[in-house]
Design a protein around this ligand. Structure first.
Ligand SMILES: Nc1ncnc2c1ncn2[C@@H]1O[C@H](COP(=O)(O)OP(=O)(O)OP(=O)(O)O)[C@@H](O)[C@H]1O
Ligand SMILES: [Mg+2]
Length: 350
């Protein structure tokens, strides 16, 4: 099979190559074969659907016809609010949940028929940590590698390498329950790398972490990306999507609302700057009416009024020139949050 499938060439146990070796010598990087034409996407979904039965009610349509492709080495994001269908999509891509309809190909394989082979080549960081609380940090890595059928020696070496990668060397013999949330997340990511996957699926890798822990994780993920690992991540943090994703889809209610690079999405769906003004919760609506016409667009939120404009300071001058005195004002660059608001009429963080 490896003769026809560019993704399945390489060593039987790719974990035998260390993280640093991979950085220097990409293992049969399929992108190198451009001379023989365009290499197929590592993940390809077409009209992907997932429904869940619901007792006495119509089925829940969690994923409603998603089509997207992820190329090797890319960092691809699914951005959307709670219930958008992100985890459901990740589970189908991770070959742990069968699709209801549509086409799905992972590394050139159909997850319905090649689940074990796909799973052995992916790294998975689920939304909920599934670390073994009975085992210590090092054992969690080792046992997971053994579960993949890797030789004991490889698992031992790989565990040490990943302890360093996750900056958890001094916690190697601690029980998982003694770790902080950020450390657990780093360990889960390290565990997902034990089989040296070509694709790492990360479902909300930094939810619930403090800013410092998030930045440490972002740094680890950047390094993986530099080494050629394909990252697929879900998030409802727009700054995370802007930082980590080369390209993303904005998902709402199981459907794609927009697709592109973070900057192209912002350019396409928002203005350069945004003026945020607050007048007090009982006065915002009236103020928004009086602001109408300033900038490209005015959006009323429960706690503030947003004025979309190329020049935010200029918009603020125009607001005060109309005799309005906001309690607070802030000019910022447009973000993916604004894109989401524009596309759905709702805020991303509810
Ligand atoms: N096992 C299940 N059985 C029934 N319904 C489910 C199941 N898993 C998810 N759903 C439903 O599918 C929809 C999408 O859920 P999903 O977990 O994929 O969303 P999400 O985008 O990951 O949200 P969050 O940001 O909260 O993690 C929701 O309406 C959810 O209630
Ligand atoms: Mg989820």
């Amino acid at each position: 099979m490896s003769g026809t499938n560019p993704w399945l060439s390489g060593p039987q146990h790719p974990a035998a190559a260390s993280v640093s070796e991979r950085a220097l010598v990409p293992v049969s990087d399929p992108r190198a074969s451009t001379s023989v034409g365009r290499v197929p996407a590592v993940i390809s979904a077409r009209d992907l659907v997932k429904t869940y039965p619901s007792k006495g009610k119509p089925d829940v349509v969690a994923v409603d016809g998603l089509s997207f492709e992820v190329e090797a080495g890319e960092s691809f994001g699914l951005l959307g609010p709670n219930g958008a269908g992100k985890s459901t999509t990740m589970k189908m891509v991770g070959a742990v949940s069968a699709r209801t309809a549509g086409e799905l190909s992972i590394l050139g394989l159909d997850p319905d028929r090649h689940g074990p082979e796909i799973r052995s080549r992916l790294g998975v960081v689920p939304q909920q940590d599934t670390l073994d609380g009975e085992l210590n940090v090092r054992e969690n890595l080792y046992i997971y590698g053994r579960y993949f059928g890797l030789p004991a020696k490889v698992c031992r070496e790989k565990a040490e390498e990943l302890l360093a990668f996750a900056q958890l060397e001094d916690k190697a013999t601690s029980k998982v329950e003694q770790l902080s949330g950020g450390m657990k997340r780093r360990l889960t990511i390290a565990r997902g790398l034990i089989n040296d996957p070509r694709i790492l699926l990360l479902d909300e890798p930094t939810t619930g972490l403090d800013p410092q822990a998030r930045h440490i994780l972002w740094d680890r993920l950047f390094r993986l990306k530099e080494q050629g690992t394909t990252l697929v991540l879900t998030t409802h943090y727009m700054d995370e999507a802007e930082q980590l994703c080369d390209r993303l889809i904005v998902v709402d209610k199981g459907r794609i609302m927009a697709e592109g690079t973070p900057s192209s999405l912002i350019r396409e769906h928002s203005s350069r700057e945004v003026l945020e003004v607050r007048f007090g919760s009982d006065r915002n609506a009236e103020a928004a009416e009086r602001i109408a016409g300033i900038g490209d667009r005015v959006e009323l939120l429960p706690d503030r009024v947003l004025v979309y404009a190329g020049d935010g300071e200029g918009a603020l001058e125009a607001v005060t020139a109309r005799g309005l005195q906001p309690l607070t004002s802030l000019v910022r660059r447009s973000s993916l949050e604004d894109v989401f608001l524009r596309l759905t009429g709702r805020s991303l963080i509810e």
